[in-house]
Design a protein around this ligand. Structure first.
Ligand SMILES: NC(=O)c1ccc[n+]([C@@H]2O[C@H](COP(=O)([O-])OP(=O)(O)OC[C@H]3O[C@@H](n4cnc5c(N)ncnc54)[C@H](OP(=O)(O)O)[C@@H]3O)[C@@H](O)[C@H]2O)c1
Length: 312
């Protein structure tokens, strides 16, 4: 039997902590045998989800207030933080906000930042030019790198969790999913692997961590899969046919009829053009010594979402 790990004095802070990636990062940190302090940055420190997350490790998980729209800066939240994971909401001034966060992190004693960016983030004058979201994320990356705090960017592709969190795409228990990606492959990525990658970078031994400073890592799932493959996988998990409904207009009409927000329809349109089919897992495998989860593993782990409601 191995020795029990000594508690670390490192202090982690996760922005976007109540979101899909952030929750996974907090969950990993809460279970970590090194028992770090975990600050969960949120606009509502008394919210029910925050209350739930505190229960992950009541002695060590601490909510701190952070609203990117507030005039109050992030200084108080970041004071004493050694390891920072930035999962930002999209905001008009990504560059300015990231610069303020980096400055507060530096002043607070932070030794490394991992930023969750987006696939294809690059400068606006690149050829071909990036879309609006990758451009904004790249400005955020650059602001962090310019601060002098060692920074690593992770650039994930489309999350598999769209199937559990975008109701216009899929609603729990439904027999159909609406995904206007035609026959194009998409290398869906599980959010749990983004959190795993971020933490693997931060917990790397010092020399390896130094090598991650200034790096940007593209990250996708292990296979590009087509919507018809998704239908097969979901049907197998649910034990009944779950069919694919294609077409942008159909998706839009379905969302409108059901009174659902459209979700990231533009991203699906780009996917239909083949922009999210490539596979890039080398960095993930090198840093974590694992391969990212397949879509089939994601579906199996969320089987309850795909089970028929009528069977209770
Ligand atoms: N969806 C994708 O497929 C995809 C792919 C690649 C990259 N990304 C990037 O991933 C990030 C989103 O990650 P996610 O899906 O994990 O997030 P999410 O589930 O959408 O959660 C958003 C988080 O942002 C926080 N937030 C919202 N408004 C805020 C504000 N004004 N101030 C401070 N915090 C605020 C919320 O925290 P509170 O409500 O607790 O304050 C929440 O935890 C974005 O940067 C996106 O561009 C997404």
């Amino acid at each position: 039997m191995g020795d029990r790990e000594q508690p670390t004095d490192r202090v982690f802070l996760v922005t976007g902590a109540t979101g899909r990636v952030g929750t996974e990062a907090v969950s990993l940190l809460a279970r970590d045998a090194r028992r770090p302090e975990v600050r969960i940055a949120t606009r509502d420190i008394d919210g029910p989800w925050v209350g739930l997350m505190k229960r992950f490790a009541p002695q060590r998980v601490r909510p701190v207030r952070l609203d990117v729209d507030d005039a109050d800066g992030p200084e108080a939240a970041l004071d004493g933080v050694t390891d920072l994971i930035v999962v930002p909401p999209l905001m008009p001034d990504m560059e300015g906000w990231h610069a303020r966060v980096a400055e507060a992190a530096r002043a607070g004693g932070c030794t490394h930042i991992v930023k969750v960016s987006v696939t294809g983030a690059r400068a606006a004058d690149s050829d071909p030019p990036p879309g609006a979201i990758p451009t904004q994320h790249f400005l955020g990356e650059e602001a962090l790198r310019a601060s002098g705090v060692p920074t690593t960017a992770i650039r994930p592709t489309i999350f598999a969790q769209h199937f559990t969190g975008v109701p216009a795409l899929y609603q729990p228990g439904a027999d159909r999913f609406f995904l206007p990606t035609g026959d194009a492959p998409v290398a869906f990525l599980d959010c749990r692997d983004i959190a795993l990658m971020a933490l693997a970078v931060l917990w790397s031994p010092p020399q390896a961590r130094e090598r991650h400073a200034g790096q940007s890592y593209e990250l996708t799932g292990p296979h590009g899969i087509r919507a018809r493959d998704v239908a097969e996988i979901l049907s197998a998990v649910a034990g009944r046919p779950i069919t694919h409904v294609d077409g942008r207009d159909t998706y839009r009409a379905h969302a409108a009829d059901a009174g659902l927000p459209e979700g990231p329809l533009r991203v699906y349109a780009e996917a239909a053009e083949g922009h999210f089919g490539g596979v890039e897992t080398d960095a993930f495998e090198a840093v974590t010594a694992r391969r990212p989860r397949t879509f089939a593993e994601f579906a199996a782990d969320h089987a309850a979402v795909f089970a028929s409601r009528s069977t209770g």
